[in-house]
Design a protein around this ligand. Structure first.
Ligand SMILES: CC(=O)SCCNC(=O)CCNC(=O)[C@H](O)C(C)(C)COP(=O)(O)OP(=O)(O)OC[C@H]1O[C@@H](n2cnc3c(N)ncnc32)[C@H](O)[C@@H]1OP(=O)(O)O
Ligand SMILES: CC(C)C(=O)C(=O)O
Length: 509
């Protein structure tokens, strides 16, 4: 029945089981956006809803059926005629419709949910499949709570529903009860003991109550299941479902399993963000594959390892899941390699930096601030330029007079190797006077190509950040400066750029 015996069909139930999460209900237009993205992702089946549950859900199944082309559109029902009639009606525009019907299979459910017997429930299961078969060809049967069901009874039920026309048989671990070995053994048992099992695809549908949903689904696939039911970000009833991104990437990373899906993995991260925003379900930072920290390294030994060879600490390429690149986060646990990496990225000539000196001051700031961003580093480098950058130029004093009735004049003292060098210049404003005074000291013609002033937090007493791009001998250099005084911030930015290229022996004092 399957063309490729190693192909795993991905059945996405974000819009049905995922949407059962309290507070995550979606409108039909929102569901359509997600359904379209799921089609682009390459899922094989979209479980679009439970049509009998509400007019809104019915309408969503209708609209998704009209919208998508390639994936099968599936609608959930209980094992009764009313639900099945309603699902069939909702699916009437689907190019590939599937009805997903079923009933409890564990003694717990049979006794305490249905107050019934094994035989009576088996009969209802068969009747439901036969009835659904009257509407569509593709019928999936779910044996709810199969994780806790007796295997021998479960096998009888599965054999009977396949004989009645089920094309897919879903073996849900509804309560996330099983251990991977137990769940794998259950699928193996069905493969070996259901006579007509080759006439249907076995599907795994695992919940995450013990954090084992992905492991259990994998165990099921390794034992012969060929469809996996999952949700984006693993959302779903209680602790959630198998996470689509985890199962897909586990199969991709472990090529030796020789099982593959048709998922375009580069869509995983963008879709995770879309679902999280629309369903108001934040993704935990350490969530595998799509969490904020999944490709972020913050401790020095790991950062050094990643910078030397990414695979030292990454088993996947972030680009494969749609994340641009791994991140090296600067914290007090970072080492010199990570610090150096960021300084080089920001344009500092590392051979001119006293790294040990900068590192000590970096640690003090990181202990206080937890995580350092680019602006923190730039400020750190600008604040004590002379100590940070070997033979760097730094402002000792700056005196500026300006006003609308007088020509702006700047007198600046720049220190170098413990000696101050002074110059005075006029300009058409206080910044231009200051830059000209610095030019007099260096004796270089340096063109300023870009010059931006930002306030960091807002407010007139704020710290200003200046970024400046200068060109010298046909090369561009960025400089950054910080100060509560915008003239001084501008001078700091200019000197920061100069410190990246100017040869100090040639400075014209
Ligand atoms: C494991 C899962 O995730 S299953 C899917 C769960 N999702 C949902 O329940 C969301 C949608 N549900 C709903 O909108 C509503 O529960 C409805 C419309 C389905 C039913 O609403 P109500 O008719 O008011 O019944 P209610 O939900 O209170 O109780 C469920 C009834 O369905 C029966 N039932 C439960 N599962 C099945 C089944 N698979 N097949 C047949 N009957 C079932 C229960 O025994 C109970 O019947 P009873 O009234 O004879 O005791
Ligand atoms: C309806 C079935 C497939 C289900 O969601 C479960 O058993 O968890």
């Amino acid at each position: 029945m399957l063309h490729d015996p190693n192909r795993i069909y991905v059945f996405d139930t974000t819009l049905r089981d995922g949407e059962q999460v309290p507070g995550s209900q979606l409108t039909t237009p929102e569901k359509l956006i997600i359904a379209e993205a799921l089609e682009t992702l390459g899922v094989d089946v979209i479980e679009a809803g439970f049509p009998i549950s509400s007019p809104g859900d019915f309408n969503s199944v209708v609209e998704i059926s009209k919208l998508v082309t390639n994936p099968t559109v599936c609608a959930l029902t209980r094992a009764n005629k009313g639900d099945i009639d309603c699902a069939a009606e909702a699916l009437k525009y689907a190019k590939h419709p599937r009805i997903h019907t079923g009933i409890g299979s564990s003694d717990m459910h049979i006794k305490f949910k249905f107050n019934s017997t094994r035989e009576a429930i088996l009969e209802r299961a068969v009747e439901a499949v036969k009835y659904a078969k009257g509407f569509v060809e593709d019928i999936e049967f779910y044996a709810e709570d199969a994780g806790r069901a007796d295997n021998e009874y479960l096998a009888r039920m599965i054999e009977a529903v396949i004989a009645a026309g089920a094309t897919v048989v879903n073996i849900p671990d509804t309560n996330g009860y099983c251990l991977p070995e137990q769940y794998g053994a259950k699928i193996k048992y069905l493969k070996e003991n259901v006579k007509n099992i080759d006439q249907a695809i076995i599907s795994v549908h695992c919940h995450n109550d013990l954090g084992l949903a992905t492991a259990n689904s994998l165990a099921g696939l390794q034992n012969g299941a060929r469809q996996v039911e999952c949700t984006i970000n693993g959302i779903g009833e209680r602790a959630g479902n198998t996470s689509l991104e985890e199962i897909v990437m586990a199969l991709k990373v472990h090529q030796s399993l020789d099982l593959h899906t048709a998922i375009n993995t580069k869509q995983l991260y963008p879709l995770s963000g879309m679902v999280s925003r629309m369903m108001r379900m934040p993704v935990q930072a350490n969530k595998a594959i799509v969490g904020r920290n999944a490709f972020a390294h913050s401790s020095g030994i790991h950062q050094d390892g990643v910078l030397k060879h990414r695979e030292n600490y990454e088993i996947m390429n972030p680009e494969d899941v749609g994340i641009d690149q791994s991140e090296i986060i600067l914290t007090a646990r970072s080492g010199r390699h990570a610090l150096k990496h960021h300084l080089v990225r920001l344009g500092y000539a590392i051979d001119r930096i006293d790294l040990d000196q900068v590192y000590q001051r970096f640690l003090e700031l990181a202990d206080a601030k937890k995580e350092l961003k680019d602006d923190d580093l730039l400020q750190l480098m600008g604040a004590k330029a002379e100590e940070n950058i070997r033979n760097g130029l730094a402002i000792s004093t700056l005196q500026v007079t300006t006003g609308d009735q007088e020509t702006p004049v700047a007198t600046i003292k720049i220190s170098h190797n413990g000696t101050d060098y002074a110059a005075t210049a006029t300009g058409n404003g206080p910044v231009s006077a200051t830059i000209k005074a610095i030019e007099k000291i260096t004796g270089k013609h340096i063109e300023i190509k870009e010059f931006n002033i930002h306030s960091i937090h807002g407010g007139s007493d704020d710290v200003s950040k200046v970024d400046m791009r200068v060109v010298y001998e046909d090369k561009s250099y960025m400089g950054y400066g910080f100060s509560t005084d915008i003239v001084r911030a501008s001078a700091n930015a200019y000197l920061d750029a100069l410190n990246k290229f100017i040869e100090l022996e040639t400075v014209n004092y």
